[in-house]
Design a protein around this ligand. Structure first.
Ligand code: S3P
Length: 450
């Protein structure tokens, strides 16, 4: 993909929808493949991360047929033929690409199978910590070798076993870890309970319920009984609020702007970005129109002169993926924004504290870096710069948004990575820079039905 070349915009009056939610699409591919029948999945995210998970399930025997696709990317509507919990041994190691979610959830699933398997990923994924899942899965009776050059890292060689249920207190607030254990727990004979130190996104629990399974929640403890079989169902994936966040920040920071985002996921474990932008001064209206399984609705946001805010510790897991673009919003706001308790950012696709801080400094922002976050002293005019994404999709997109507010031209290099979560981002960026107001200018091209 060519570099992004971004210049400032003076207005944003737009209506758009963003592609399907990444977290929900991974889980739909997995639960559809485990289910006892045929599931139609609508608005699946055809990003590299989710396609890798879909292909992993196909390698485990869960076939799918494509009903519609996004041109140049992959399926948006598909039918998955579930295996009723009986997966086939894969013929080759499984490629998880750049996706921590894909690798960690699949590891939970594979740990419980009566066969061995191997998961690998790209250089970024091969440097991310896997001990957080291999340790609890080992307590359940699995044996997982971490074969990476870096200790505790992928590739993973998984020796599947008959697992025992577990009561596990997670040391980190991670939905990926919670989900890996719950998936493994489904294959055990008893009750598995995972306690999280803070609330994390609850898509796995909601999707288990949508597939007819019982999951109990008591405060931050989530329990399920093994032996349940996901009941095949049709499922619509909401638009991804983490993708919408880029345009929400662009609109929020531009007084006079008005942006409508249609059919976006409004799961309360993902909407802290809206609270933060409201605290900073943006006017946001939510209109929920569907609440079975995942809440879906329309958003309307009007821009303002933003002021800084302090992120609350409990908000951090809820908006962890939005922090790079929140840091951009903070640089555009007057006053100081404090982001602490966010050390997890250092083990994402890149060390997002360092990559966000360095890129913001290159644009002239005043920012302090901490071990667990940053303080952004906003209000300085940003200037265009030549920036790298460092192969991190959210850094590439966050700094494209910063470029919309900078003097001169901002160039973002190494932008292929945006396809891991937001196919069509460059199309939307071009429409925003062209001041498009007609929703059709934001419509991504789809292939004719086969
Ligand atoms: C995800 C959980 C988050 C998030 C990631 C997706 C998920 O990671 O950063 O993009 O789908 O469960 P952690 O659970 O590791 O914090």
């Amino acid at each position: 993909m060519p570099d992004f070349r971004v210049t400032a915009i003076s207005s944003l009056q737009a209506e758009l929808s963003v592609p399907g939610d990444k977290s929900v699409s991974h889980r739909a591919a997995i639960l559809g493949g485990l289910s006892n029948g045929t599931c139609a999945i609508r608005n699946f995210l055809p990003s590299e991360d989710c396609l890798n998970t879909l292909n992993a399930m196909a390698a485990l025997g869960a076939r799918h047929e494509v009903l519609a696709s996004l041109t140049g990317y992959g399926p948006t509507e598909l039918v998955i033929h579930g295996r009723s919990m009986r997966l086939a041994a894969p013929a080759a190691p499984i490629d998880c690409g750049n996706s921590g979610t894909g690798m960690r959830l699949l590891a939970g699933l594979l740990a419980a199978q009566p066969f061995d398997s191997e998961l690998f990923g790209d250089a970024s994924l091969s440097s991310r910590p896997m001990g957080r899942i291999t340790q609890p899965l080992a307590e359940m009776g699995a044996s997982i070798e971490t074969l990476g050059a870096k200790p505790g890292c992928a590739p993973l060689r998984i020796h599947g076993a008959r697992l025992r249920p577990i009561r596990y207190e997670m040391p980190v607030a991670s939905a990926q870890v919670k989900s890996a254990i719950l998936l493994a727990g489904l294959f055990t004979d008893g009750e598995t309970t995972v306690t999280q130190p803070a609330e994390t996104r609850d898509h796995t629990e909601r999707m288990f319920a949508s597939f007819g399974m019982s999951v109990r929640r008591d405060g931050n403890a989530i329990s399920l009984t093994g032996g349940q079989i996901p009941q095949a169902c049709d499922f619509t994936v909401p638009g991804d609020i983490s993708s919408a966040a880029f345009w929400l920040v662009a609109a929020a920071a531009l007084p006079g702007s008005l942006l409508r985002v249609r059919d976006v996921g409004l799961n309360p474990t993902r909407t802290a970005i809206l609270n933060v932008l409201s605290r900073m001064g943006a006017h946001i209206h939510e209109a929920l129109h569907s609440s079975s399984g995942e809440p879906i609705g329309h958003l309307e946001i009007q821009g303002a002169n933003l002021t800084g805010t302090t992120l609350k510790p409990a908000e951090i897991p809820n908006l962890i993926d939005e922090i790079p673009v929140i840091a951009v919003a903070a640089a555009l706001a007057s006053g100081t924004t404090e982001i602490r308790n966010a050390r997890e950012l250092r083990v994402k696709e890149t060390d997002r504290i360092t990559t966000a801080v360095n890129n913001l400094r290159a644009m002239g922002a005043e920012i302090e870096e901490f071990d667990d976050g940053m303080a952004i002293h906003g209000g300085r005019q940003l200037h265009g710069a030549d920036l790298d994404s460092f192969g991190d999709h959210r850094i590439a997109m966050a700094f494209a948004i910063a470029g919309l507010f900078a003097s001169g031209e901002t160039v973002i290099r190494n932008t292929d990575c945006v396809n891991t979560s937001y196919p069509g981002f460059s199309h939307h960026l071009r429409a925003v820079m062209a001041h498009a107001t007609d929703p059709s200018a934001f419509t991504l091209p789809t292939d004719p039905q086969p």
